[in-house]
Ligand binder design. Structure first.
Ligand code: HEC
Length: 150
């Protein structure tokens, strides 16, 4: 009787573990899909701003795009839970070996975006263009080079 109870308890633990592992796996796939969709949208904002900057057009109307980028990048670290380098993702394990650096690169980008928001609000075309040109190579690229697989 006791042995049977013990086996039941063990089976219960094993079932709970399977359920947990499945839950974690589903959660990881979802967070990866969510962050990749968001990053894609961030790339689309960059693409949409490019012709405006190149043509020297008014930049005030770009403010909502910058706002969306600020909101999204504020939430970026939470979309990289430990272990989410497994699956359909280019996130490198290096992210969790130095998460402080990963977060500080996100903060640096947010600093640049705050300046771009000011320039857009003031419709400062020249200022905005200068900030825009360094955004991709310096602030997006600086995080992609160490932390994203090619
Ligand atoms: C703090 C680090 C960090 C910063 C800053 C960052 N990225 Fe990324 N980005 C990543 C990582 C990591 C991936 C890989 C994500 C994955 O595959 O799960 C990625 C992937 C992407 C992708 C591919 C999405 C897809 O289709 O899978 C795009 C597009 C992208 N980033 C755009 C940008 C743009 C534009 C900026 C700057 C405005 C930027 N990123 C800034 C870390 C960053």
């Amino acid at each position: 009787m006791l042995a049977a109870l013990g086996l039941l308890a063990l089976a219960g633990v094993a079932l709970a573990e399977v359920a947990f592992a499945q839950g974690a796996a589903t959660g990881t796939a979802e967070v990866i899909a969510q962050r990749r969709a968001g990053l894609k949208r961030m790339g689309q904002h960059m693409e949409a701003m490019k012709p405006v900057v190149e043509a020297g057009g008014e930049v005030k109307s770009l403010e909502p795009r910058i706002d969306d980028m600020i909101t999204w990048f504020r939430g970026l670290p939470a979309l990289f839970p430990p272990g989410s380098d497994a699956g359909d993702t280019k996130a490198l394990p290096a992210i969790w070996q130095d998460f402080g650096r990963f977060e500080s690169l996100d903060q640096a980008l947010l600093g640049q975006l705050a300046q771009m928001k000011q320039a857009a609000a003031a419709d400062d075309k020249t200022g905005f263009a200068t900030l825009y040109k360094s955004l991709g190579p310096q602030y997006c690229g600086t995080c992609h080079r160490p932390f994203r697989a090619r």
